[in-house]
Design a binder for this molecule. Structure first.
Ligand code: SF4
Ligand code: SF4
Length: 89
């Protein structure tokens, strides 16, 4: 995918949602993926990757991904994120 195809409006839309404000501060460290309970059983689900794609403005790849609906909202990743970007508001 070319950089010119990244959709900055999508980034703004995500950041305008409650809890999305800190999207661009993600370090992509992978702590959330290492913590994720769903990922242990479904390796295709990777919260770090979802956030990376969203932060780059990859609208279609993010929204068409079946994996984004697999988060159980268990909150296990929230307290471990060093940037506190995954949050409940
Ligand atoms: S733990 Fe936080 S900073 Fe690290 S990749 Fe996940 S969301 Fe980004
Ligand atoms: S809330 Fe739970 S299921 Fe969702 S990404 Fe975080 S650890 Fe995984």
């Amino acid at each position: 995918m070319k950089v010119s195809q990244f959709d900055h409006d999508f980034v703004e839309e995500v950041m305008a949602e409650p809890g999305g404000e800190n999207l661009l501060t993600c370090w992509s460290c992978g702590t959330c993926a290492a913590t994720c309970l769903v990922r242990r059983y479904e390796p295709a689900f990777n919260p770090r990757l979802v956030l990376r794609q969203a932060g780059l403005g990859m609208r279609e790849q993010t929204l068409s991904s079946a994996e984004i609906w697999q988060c159980s909202a268990c909150d296990a990743c929230y307290p471990r994120c060093p940037k506190k970007i995954i949050s409940r508001t």
